[in-house]
Design a protein around this ligand. Structure first.
Ligand code: PLP
Length: 397
């Protein structure tokens, strides 16, 4: 069948592809430890599961308004008021089927052909692809490992043109785990307000932070910035609810109305019983602290193990559950006569010869890096790092 031309303009999600490959190989009898997970390994807390069961049993199984029912909108507004100290109205909230869906609605509602959208690189794989799918042009601004993966503000200023429509922000960041400093957020916000550029702030990891990190949301910088910002968040990461598909955005009423219009012709409302469960979820985050402590321990184990390897450099991130080490020192080396050419060939060789599966940095726009998720048990991390170290011992020039 002849597919639409737009199918050539973007790519399938690389992280999902790698995850799928490892699952397939393991089903064939291999024992590959996957470091590719883009989701917490913890289960959804019981009280949230129970709330969903109750909602189903009570008969909350019909359509709701497209943007979500009143209860979930109110719960999100109150939660945001409590966590960020910022107030939104009900017509400024739309609940979608995951934050990825929120971002998709945003890209369809806002981006025209010729629009340029600034994305900080390394980036989450869906940002450039959603921009391309909307017919617009992604423009990349560098975040150097040497600066803790903070955006280079001079590079940002250079990349802004009259066609710049939006800047996508993601702090804490996937894949680097970086939490942007308040100063960087302020500078980006200043530029956005001055040049009338929309800020799309993906804050899906805002609660997954360590060492006292407190990510600043641009919407906390006053009304001027808030008006200019679309805040995206969701339930997947904080509440371990990836499979439930629930995310939301907070933005001015005109943008929200446009997103509702798109959602009304595509998915309609987010899954009804899950909306009821989400209301309960937002009431009690006490389950999270022990999980964060567990994540932090694992982060320390993996960072230490990676930095003990010759030719590998790994910063210690203070957010999300990924590390993004630099393997430049391994590029050009050989294992069993096979050359490591780039991050993709390194990732493939690691699957084949070390039975561990990180994601190649190229998927996130950063060659020579690999992304390791630490959303797996400390035991698996330790065993995975032992395998990596055995692989390292076999490298030749
Ligand atoms: C996981 C993730 C999302 C999307 O999560 P949903 O499951 O669609 O809510 C969005 N942005 C980033 C950076 C992510 O890592």
């Amino acid at each position: 069948m002849k597919l639409a031309r737009r199918m050539d303009s973007f790519e399938e999600s690389a992280t999902m592809e790698i995850g799928g490959k490892i699952t397939r190989l393991n089903a064939q009898g291999r024992d590959i430890i996957s470091f590719a997970a883009g989701e917490p390994d913890f289960d959804t807390p019981d009280f949230i599961k129970q709330a969903a069961v109750n909602a189903i049993n009570k008969g909350f199984n019909k359509y709701t308004p497209v943007a979500g029912n009143d209860a979930i909108k109110t719960a999100i507004i109150e939660f945001t008021q409590k966590t960020l100290g910022v107030t939104y109205a009900k017509n400024e909230v739309i609940v979608s089927l995951g934050a990825k869906h929120s971002l998709y609605n945003i890209s369809q509602a806002l981006f025209d052909e010729w629009d340029e959208v600034i994305i900080f690189s390394p980036y989450w794989v869906s940002y450039p692809n959603q921009v391309l799918l909307a017919g617009a042009k992604p423009v990349f601004v560098n975040c150097d490992a040497k600066n803790g993966f903070m955006p280079d503000i001079d590079d940002l200023k250079k990349k802004i043109t009259p066609a710049t429509k939006a800047i996508i922000l993601n702090s804490p960041c996937n894949p680097t785990g970086a939490v942007y400093s308040n100063e960087i957020i302020r500078k980006i916000a200043e530029i956005a307000v001055e040049d009338d550029i929309i800020l799309i702030s993906d804050e899906i990891y805002d609660a997954i932070v360590y060492d006292g990190a407190r990510p600043l949301s641009p919407v906390q910088l006053g009304d001027d910035v808030k008006k200019q910002t679309i805040l995206v968040n969701g339930f997947s990461k904080t509440f371990s609810m990836t499979g439930w598909r629930l995310g939301y955005s907070l933005a001015s009423a005109d943008v929200t109305t446009a997103m509702v219009k798109i959602q009304s012709q595509s998915t309609s409302n987010p899954v009804t019983p899950m909306q009821y469960a989400a209301v309960e979820a937002l009431k009690d985050l006490s389950f999270l602290a022990p999980r964060l402590e567990e994540f932090r321990k694992r982060r320390d184990v993996i960072v230490k193990a990676l930095n003990s390897l010759d030719g590998v450099k790994c910063t210690t991130p203070t957010g999300a559950f990924y590390v993004f080490p630099d393997f430049s020192g391994w590029i050009g080396k050989k294992i069993d006569g096979e050359e490591i050419k780039d991050s993709a060939s390194l990732a493939n060789l690691l699957i084949e010869k070390a039975e561990i599966g990180p994601v190649p940095g190229a998927a996130f726009g950063a060659e020579n890096h690999l992304r390791f998720s630490y959303a797996l048990s400390e035991k698996q991390i330790t065993e995975g790092m032992r395998r990596l170290s055995a692989f390292a011992a076999k490298l030749t020039d």
